[in-house]
Design a protein. Structure first.
Length: 416
């Protein structure tokens, strides 16, 4: 896609920001704005070919023990032939864009980097501190606080303005949109950074669903494929694929939930290790594949490709299987700009990312993560507005974020 606008034309930056960030962010951010100016409901951009149904060359595993899982490991979505126009407010409203960037700059020293609700909310106990979320337990419920912490390569690197709010609101939106596929544990979201959920017994397996051969980490599908492996997590992959190529069909590549690094496992290994029963695995596998196919449809309608994602599930006190944690956020999922995918793939160029992968590569190659939070914030907000078709509401700071969260969580827990 030919870019007609420059980075500095589209985004109001000071001279230092232009010098430090524009060389890397310019092509991507300019193309994001250009994407929404160019798309119209009557157009059928070339990337739609990337999601057309293709005849699968993936072979069902021959082993009898794996054969019973084949229908849940691979699934080919129906063809999608057009991309609808859903413009992010950041792309079409210069005033909103300036307000967001100005607010992000002012918010940098006020980011929510950690919480201590066990000290401020009666009856609440600290349960765990993840890379991004602080988890509490009280009165039979789980309180999940999504902070502004940014992690990459299994390390917390910095804090990104408004990131926690964007992740939580994105996830809440997807939870509400996917209830027809699988029930979830969400009770309510009393604050932009908070989700209160049912207490569940969590399956020690993450269900990773992939639609493309891509990635940069040791466990990414491209890394595995490029090493020569063709048998992966119960799937048999065809020869001759290139990096960032669409798979003939979506595949499921589960991993165990480990403290340091997740370990890929096959369906048989999950059963042998006693991580799930066969009935549990079959039900959850089916739901994971359906969630991903639905997510791909919604993303494409909004000009994006949902490349891969992960899901977590658990059982409530009544034995019901529920979707938990987060859904289709830029931290748990990989998104590409749809309109430029095919052209860039044909030219052997990396797709345009709007997700954590872009930040991971940026941290690795170009920047000091402690100085560029504002621009990372932009990507999170852009994705939220594009997916939800909602305008990001800049939070007021009449009270500290921690005090606000403590007050709202206390009020809700007292009413439950």
């Amino acid at each position: 896609m030919r870019l007609k606008k420059t980075f500095t034309d589209e985004f109001p930056l000071n001279s230092k920001e232009q010098r430090d960030v524009a060389p890397c962010f310019g092509p991507l951010l300019a193309s994001l704005a250009q994407l929404h100016m160019e798309l119209s409901p009557s157009q059928s951009p070339s990337p739609a070919t990337a999601v057309k149904k293709q005849k699968s060359s993936l072979k069902t595993p021959f082993l009898p023990s794996l054969r019973r899982f084949a229908r849940f490991s691979m699934s080919a979505p129906q063809p999608r032939l057009a991309v609808a126009s859903r413009a992010s407010c950041l792309s079409v409203d210069a005033g909103h864009r300036e307000d967001v960037l100005a607010a992000a700059r002012a918010f940098v020293p006020k980011c929510l980097s950690e919480t201590h609700l066990e000290l401020t909310v009666s009856g609440l106990k600290a349960k765990a501190r993840g890379k991004v979320r602080d988890i509490y337990e009280g009165k039979g419920y789980m309180v999940l606080v999504t902070t502004d912490r940014q992690s990459a390569f299994d390390r917390v690197l910095a804090s990104i303005p408004f990131k926690g709010q964007v992740l939580n609101k994105t996830s809440i939106w997807w939870f509400s949109k996917t209830e027809h596929i699988v029930p979830n544990a969400v009770i309510c979201s009393p604050d932009n950074n908070v989700t209160i959920a049912k207490k569940c017994s969590v399956f020690p397996v993450e269900f990773v669903v992939r639609g493309f051969v891509t990635g940069s980490t040791d466990t990414s599908l491209w890394t595995v494929y490029n090493s020569g492996r063709r048998h992966y997590c119960g799937n048999i992959l065809p020869d001759g694929m290139k990096k960032n190529q669409k798979l003939p069909a979506n595949i499921l590549t589960p991993t165990t939930k480990e403290t340091n690094h997740d370990v890929p496992v096959s369906p048989d290994e999950i059963l042998k290790m006693g991580l799930m029963t066969e009935d549990e695995y079959l039900e959850v596998s089916s739901k994971a594949m359906s969630l991903f196919e639905y997510g791909q449809q919604v993303a494409l309608d909004h000009g994006l490709l949902l490349v891969d994602t992960k899901y977590e599930f658990g059982k409530d006190s009544d034995g019901n299987i529920l979707l938990i944690d987060e859904v289709h956020t830029p931290d748990s999922s990989r998104y590409w700009i749809a309109s430029s995918y095919q052209e860039r793939f044909n030219a052997c160029l990396e797709p345009e990312n709007v997700d954590k992968e872009f930040l991971r590569l940026w941290f690795k190659d170009h920047c000091n993560p402690y100085e560029d939070q504002v621009f990372h914030c932009y990507l999170y907000i852009f994705l939220y507005e594009t997916i939800t078709n909602s305008k990001f509401q800049i939070p007021t700071l009449e009270e500290s974020i921690h005090d606000r969260i403590s007050r709202k969580v206390s009020e809700v827990l007292e009413s439950l």
